[in-house]
Design a protein around this ligand. Structure first.
Ligand code: RIB
Ligand code: CA
Length: 316
């Protein structure tokens, strides 16, 4: 049974693999992609969302731009990892349609209001700025979210933008704090699990041999990831873990943790802490990494599903 799904994202190499996974998986009826500045600027992430949809033959799915900057601080620039085009220089077609007018959180709120409470999920793959704006401006709509699954944070794992800070949370700690305290049906997928779902060169070769557009593009994206991040036998697939959790939560182990977010400006800005008086969040702390990776490969190498008759936006 597919679920109406909104993907909030900053594509981004691993975002692109995650979006391609969702588009070929029957569990997701992707109603729209909302974009947020993060890995690269809002115009580039918005164009990239359209390019990924065009490659997958899903130009019927709308793209809606969101926040061009964090709530109250300067963001990061990760062109060194995701490339100046945000997709590692991998060839993608141009978008087949213009984005809808933003802001993304208004479109998300209207979608939530249009469908029965609890039937629309949000998969968040970047900084949580759009979700925080949804909570601030349309709290009643936000309370109708079915599942909110977000990649972000590091609990016992070392950070990737600071000793303890992970990019998505550190890019907008204030937004994360608002989202954690909002009482939403949130599952957080931190580096503690995403670093255990890793692709090797053999995996990219397998994907490429399958010949499906999603698998070939994902192979090129992961190979670009290898290029941009130097040595290492494998690369972690952070954002695809959000879709993998949504598809097979039994591959993960959740822990209820009371979290604090460092909203300072030191080296640990954005770091998560365990705090007795923090909001309780459901955090994925364990994963069967090999099984999760096998599921990703199995889906990406399937023949692409038929494009629905009616455009997604008109069905939702
Ligand atoms: O820390 C990993 C996260 O930061 C991923 O979402 C990746 O796309 C980057 O945005
Ligand atoms: Ca991302």
């Amino acid at each position: 049974m597919s679920r109406i799904t909104i993907i909030d994202t900053d594509p981004g190499i691993d975002d692109a693999v995650a979006i391609l996974l969702a588009l070929v998986s029957p569990e997701f009826d992707v109603a729209g992609i909302t974009t947020v500045a993060g890995n690269i600027g809002i115009d580039t992430v918005t164009r990239n969302a359209g390019r990924i949809l065009a490659l997958a033959g899903r130009g019927d799915i709308p793209v809606i731009p969101g926040a061009a900057a964090p709530l109250s601080r300067k963001g990061f620039d990760t062109a060194d990892i995701h490339g100046s085009d945000g997709l590692g220089g991998v060839t993608f077609p141009e978008p087949v349609s213009e984005p809808l007018p933003g802001p993304a959180w208004t479109w998300i709120a209207d979608m939530l209001d249009r469908h029965p409470k609890g039937t629309v999920d949000i998969l968040a793959l970047g900084p949580l700025t759009n979700i925080a704006m949804l909570v601030r401006e349309r709290p009643e709509s936000a309370s109708r979210i079915g599942r909110l699954i977000a990649m972000g944070g590091a609990v016992h794992e070392r950070g990737n933008v600071g000793p303890r800070a992970e990019f998505n949370i550190a890019a907008d700690p204030e937004a994360a704090d608002i989202v954690f305290r909002a009482g939403l049906p949130l599952v957080l997928v931190p580096l503690d699990v995403t670093r255990r779902v890793r692709a090797t060169k053999a995996d990219t070769a397998f994907l490429r041999e399958s010949g499906t557009p999603a698998a070939k593009a994902s192979a090129d994206l992961v190979d670009a990831y290898f290029q941009s991040t130097g040595s290492g036998e494998s690369r972690p697939l952070h954002d695809p873990c959000v879709m993998l959790f949504a598809m097979r939560p039994d591959l993960f182990e959740l822990s209820p943790l009371r979290l604090s977010v460092d909203c300072g400006f030191g080296e640990d800005a954005g770091a998560l802490g365990l705090s007795d008086d923090g909001p309780e969040v459901s955090v994925a702390m364990k994963v069967l990494g090999a099984e999760a990776l096998a599921l990703l490969a199995e889906r990406l190498t399937r023949p692409p599903p038929p494009v629905p008759d009616a455009p997604a936006s008109s069905r939702n």
